[in-house]
Design a protein around this ligand. Structure first.
Ligand code: PBG
Length: 331
């Protein structure tokens, strides 16, 4: 009896049983991979569901503390906070970002008080505070000016750090802001406050529900293409990442997530730096819509997309599915 034609190697062999698949898995997803973005709003005992983000709500500070407890119980190491600033506190110069008693600072302090061991990441950009919805200051022509904006972003960062933020995450895409913020943090005694740079942040159509959530969508005129990146580019993303690392970023982020897995893989390949993905609001809404339409099984869709970020090289993922996914995985 001869078997001249059997395959020399059967890759199906290691897939044949659950124990063997578990043993050979190259990538694993755990609750500690997640950063959970949360929207904070004024009031007490307030939950405001966000229509374009089914299953996601804005929470008042007191209820936000409960979310932080849930996150910790589920094994999630870090929260990302975003404020829905009340309309009469938005201005052309975004000055509310510098108020030590603004909504963000109150939320940070309340969470740190109640759940001291959970990390807090804070977004640095002026869009939740400006009357025009852009991330920085405008000149007379409506152009977002770089250097004057950085002066405000430094103040915003120091304000958040003083309130207890652990990771400052500049999402504004101004040139040179990471270095300027790092220097200011050092000078003001915040040597251990990290910077996670939104290094490769694209001018994306996937941010719509987020802008609803922070109340800037109705205010925003035009787009953010003069500072956020062109989706056509990937070499430029590597240059952005190289600059942010040189300026002192502890970790870098690619955003959005799923449509930009190629960027994540290129960044991880090129640089020895922790890389995070932001699976943004439009991606979340897309998955939820697909599941609601019966196009796939929700939990499986969620876990497969999150696993893809790990496979591409991410240390972790910002995802609105964080609590659900962490509970599925078991703390
Ligand atoms: C603020 C910011 C945005 C997001 C995170 N930080 C919106 C934008 O740049 O317009 C989007 C996140 C999401 O869509 O989930 N600069």
């Amino acid at each position: 009896m001869t078997h001249a034609s059997y395959p020399a190697l059967r890759l199906r062999r290691t897939r044949a049983s659950a124990w063997s698949r578990a043993l050979h898995a190259e990538t694993r997803l755990t609750p500690s991979d997640f950063i959970w973005p949360l929207f904070v709003t004024e009031g007490r005992q307030v939950e405001e569901p966000i229509g374009s983000l089914p299953g996601v709500s804005r929470w008042s500070v007191d209820l936000m503390v409960e979310r932080a407890r849930e996150a910790q119980a589920a094994g999630i190491p870090c929260l990302a906070l975003f404020p829905n600033t009340q309309a009469d506190r938005r201005s052309d110069d975004g000055a509310e970002a510098l108020n030590p008693d603004n909504l963000m600072c109150r939320a940070i302090r309340a969470i740190k008080d109640a759940v001291p061991d959970i990390g807090i990441l804070t977004d640095v950009a002026l869009d939740p505070y400006t009357a025009h919805g852009q991330d920085g200051l405008l000149d007379e022509a409506g152009y977002v000016v770089n250097d004057a904006t950085i002066d405000v972003l430094i103040g915003q960062s120091l304000n958040q750090a003083a309130a207890g933020a652990d990771i400052i995450a500049p999402s504004d895409m101004m040139d040179g802001r990471v270095g300027a913020i790092r220097e200011a943090l050092e000078q003001e005694g915040h040597a251990n406050v990290q910077i996670m740079a939104y290094a490769a942040k694209y001018a994306s159509a996937f941010y719509g529900p987020f802008r609803d959530a922070v109340g800037s969508s109705g205010l925003l005129k035009g787009n953010k293409k003069t500072y956020q990146m062109d989706p056509a580019n990937s070499e430029e993303a590597l240059r952005e990442v190289a600059l942010d690392i040189a300026e002192g970023a502890d970790s870098v982020m690619v955003k959005p997530g799923l449509p930009y897995l190629d960027i994540i893989a290129r960044v991880k390949d090129r640089f020895e730096v922790p890389v995070f993905a932001y699976q943004v609001s439009g991606e979340y809404a897309m998955l939820e819509a697909a599941a609601a339409a019966g196009a796939g099984e929700r939990d499986a869709l969620v876990l497969e997309t999150l696993l893809a970020f790990k496979r591409a090289g991410c240390s972790g993922v910002l995802t609105y599915h964080a609590l659900h996914a962490a509970r599925l995985l078991g703390a």
